[in-house]
Design a protein around this ligand. Structure first.
Ligand code: DGI
Ligand code: FE
Ligand code: FE
Length: 203
């Protein structure tokens, strides 16, 4: 099953996006080991990682069309930021191609991989973070975040470390959006506030 999906991705994504996709899947399995996840959760993570950027290279018009066809509501912030669209359309698009593989559990992870969301599940946090900490990312903030988690994983409660790393990732995105004058999605703010209020992220 995975080889069929990989074949599709290899033939339909740029080489860079394809390499990133495989690296996210590998990074998700690193987190799966850290958190001792079972077979089912590993499988859901793997599928979501493979599909997470399946529509990243589509045009804004193609995204709008997918939203119309599938009755997906989107914030007007998404029109000025096409980068946000792909997390909304990825699930429905993947499901059209691989209906039995892209289950609701898988879609739930794809939905939140870009902005995060209030009260995320462990698997949602893992995909959200793995997207930035995968080994082929070259951006300095991603390299730092990868080192932050990987270097501290052995001697910290991994759940708290994960929450801290998710907040750091959100902080980095928010700083970037402020620097470049872009709109901050409500889910991005809610994801951060929720963790500050409900998790032991502050030492
Ligand atoms: O798809 P990837 O490149 O692997 O990574 P991603 O899904 O995290 O997408 C990154 C892009 O999403 C990047 O251009 C910044 C943008 N982004 C993330 N959160 C927000 C956002 N853009 C806006 N305007 N608002 C957000 O809250
Ligand atoms: Fe993405
Ligand atoms: Fe990605």
């Amino acid at each position: 099953m995975y080889s069929e999906i990989k074949n599709y991705l290899k033939n339909n994504l740029s080489e860079k996006r394809y390499t990133h996709t495989l690296a996210v899947a590998e990074e998700c399995m690193y987190f799966a080991d850290i958190f001792g996840l079972g077979e089912h959760e590993r499988d859901v993570l793997n599928r979501a990682a493979l599909f997470h950027d399946i529509t990243k290279e589509k045009t804004p018009d193609e995204h709008i069309c997918l939203c119309r066809v599938y009755n997906i509501e989107f914030d007007k912030a998404y029109l000025s930021t096409p980068a946000l669209f792909h997390s909304l359309t990825g699930g429905v698009f993947a499901r059209e191609l691989f209906p039995t593989v892209c289950t609701d559990e898988v879609c739930e992870l794809i939905d939140t991989h870009t902005t995060g969301r209030e009260n995320m599940t462990l698997l949602q946090k893992i995909l959200f973070l793995a997207d930035s900490t995968e080994a082929t990312r070259r951006h300095e903030s991603c390299i730092e975040l990868r080192a932050y988690f990987h270097d501290n994983a052995a001697d910290n409660d991994p759940k708290i470390l994960l929450d801290r790393a998710v907040v750091k990732n959100l902080d980095g995105t928010i700083s970037y959006l402020l620097r470049t004058g872009k709109e901050i999605a409500v889910d991005t703010v809610k994801a951060r506030n929720y963790l500050l209020k409900n998790s032991e992220v502050i030492k």
